[in-house]
Design a protein around this ligand. Structure first.
Ligand SMILES: *Cc1c(COP(=O)(O)O)cnc(C)c1O
Length: 366
């Protein structure tokens, strides 16, 4: 491929002296799990998000699961989320013992349609988990209102939206808790797995700290049930370097996305919709095309890598047939699965590379 979808090696090269020093520091200190790097990262990440607490865990799926448990979600409780998300969102709800209730999306935001959320509420609904997909905040003010009026916990899946905001208020601060993933390809990525939950509620934070380590309130004293979902020191030290760079790299993404917009606005291609008050961080630059597969092959033949997020909505995945939905249950999600295409976008990409992708897209016979 002449233009890769993402280039994590280029990012390492840009930050190499700081990353190497961070790794060296951890190796020489000789403490590897939940130590001072994790504590420092938690402080810095809470600061970045604008919350009182951040609790680092092993991955983003655990972050969602633990957030649900810490908020008191019980087996059999219904939790509403999007049919059009990474399977991880739904997996986390099921693993927490709750029943995922899927709803359709708004075709402009690719996030849950608040009207559909409202209609899905029953007496058993205990939580809503909106996903800020592709780095674009969901319609969070409406969702917050629905959750407050119906006394339902709001937990945001922020795995693709580190640093995004709505009306200047960051994602992860609107609900009871916000769950983040630091999977290597995310806007803030570790060199392995990682995740975190942010919250302003001290009792939720305390419960999360116990839940992530066998329910311990102090060493070897299990105050409650728990699991093992700890972050290691190497990942925390690397994440501290990358967090200091996140504002810059998000700005780079926005600049490159704006260039895509300008160049592609001459075409019929459906671009990500901008809405007032929204400050996205472009985890992906997603266009829509009725002949998506043909366009994707056309670009691949010219050495341009693209991906599809997501080729199949969760309700049509074999592993989730048990939820009881069928083809046609969520028409907008199903349309999006057929038409969305993620173009290459990462902070180290150059304007020339974006231009090359745009030229190829514009030359696609329509
Ligand atoms: C990546 C991702 C997750 C899960 O994160 P992991 O760290 O891979 O467990 C959850 N939700 C969304 C929307 C994601 O993109």
């Amino acid at each position: 491929m002449t233009i890769p979808f993402i280039d994590l090696k280029a990012q390492y090269q840009r930050l190499q002296p700081q990353i190497d020093a961070a790794i060296q520091r951890v190796l020489e200190r000789g403490q590897f799990i939940l130590g001072e790097e994790v504590a420092a990262f938690e402080n810095e990440f809470a600061n970045f998000c604008g919350t009182r607490h951040a609790i680092a865990v092993a991955n983003g799926t655990d972050a969602i699961q633990l957030a649900l448990l810490a908020c008191g979600i019980q087996p059999g409780d219904e939790v509403i989320t999007s049919a059009f998300t990474a399977v991880a969102t739904v997996a986390a709800i099921e693993i927490a013992g709750a029943r995922p209730i899927l709803v359709d999306i708004n075709p402009d935001t690719y996030c849950v349609d608040p009207e559909c959320v409202y209609r899905a509420i029953t007496l058993r609904t205990r939580a809503i988990v909106p996903v800020h997909l592709y780095g674009f905040p969901a319609e969070i003010t409406l969702l917050q209102e629905i959750s407050a009026k119906n006394n339902i916990t709001l937990i945001e899946d922020c795995a693709q939206a580190h640093g995004a905001s709505y009306n200047k208020k960051g994602v992860g601060t609107w609900g009871k808790a916000g769950a983040f993933s630091f999977y290597p390809t995310k806007n803030l990525g570790a060199y392995g797995d990682g995740g975190a939950i942010v919250t302003n509620d001290v009792s939720v934070a305390d419960r999360l700290r116990r839940l992530r380590q066998y329910g311990w309130s102090q060493e070897r004293v299990s105050e409650q049930k728990g699991m093992n979902s700890r972050m290691d020191e190497l990942q925390a030290a690397i994440l501290r370097v990358k967090l200091a760079d996140l504002e810059y790299s998000n700005i780079r993404r926005i600049e490159l996305a704006n260039q895509y917009r300008t160049r592609l606005s001459e075409s019929q291609i459906l671009l990500p919709v901008r809405r007032p008050g929204i400050e996205p961080v472009y985890h992906h630059f997603v266009i829509r095309h009725p002949r998506r597969e043909t366009l994707r092959c056309y670009l691949a033949n010219q050495g341009i890598a693209t991906l599809v997020h997501y080729p199949m909505p969760v309700h049509l995945q074999k592993g989730y047939f048990n939820l009881g939905y069928t083809a046609g249950s969520f028409p907008i999600s199903e349309m999006a699965s057929r038409e969305v295409l993620s173009l290459p976008l990462y902070p180290e990409m150059t304007y020339e590379m974006v231009d090359e992708v745009c030229q190829a897209v514009l030359a696609f016979p329509s």
